[in-house]
Design a binder for this molecule. Structure first.
Ligand code: SF4
Ligand code: SF4
Length: 82
């Protein structure tokens, strides 16, 4: 999963771009629900939020490193559930 750092300027550009609805406005900055973030695997070649963020504040979360297979598995579970 990706994570939003405190460089976030609350511009709201990323939220509508997320195909999994993983991004929301948190108490101080925008936040990503790691259980919903597939790093865009299953939807797009590149993480869409990273593409649009004007301040580049959405790196990989070092505490939530996942393989492509794990991300694809998460994508399948999420799409089956919806
Ligand atoms: Fe959403 Fe993709 Fe960004 Fe994850 S990488 S938060 S799935 S837009
Ligand atoms: Fe924050 Fe970047 Fe999302 Fe804007 S696009 S709300 S700066 S994470």
């Amino acid at each position: 999963a990706l994570i939003i750092t405190d460089d976030c300027i609350n511009c709201d550009v990323c939220e509508p771009e997320c195909p999994n609805g993983a991004i929301s406005q948190g108490e101080e900055i925008y936040v990503i629900d790691p259980n919903l973030c597939t790093e865009c695997v299953g939807h797009f070649d590149e993480p869409q939020c990273q593409q649009v963020c004007p301040v580049d504040c959405i790196p990989l979360d070092p505490d939530r490193v996942e393989s492509r297979e794990q991300l694809m598995e998460k994508y399948k579970l999420l799409t089956e559930a919806s």
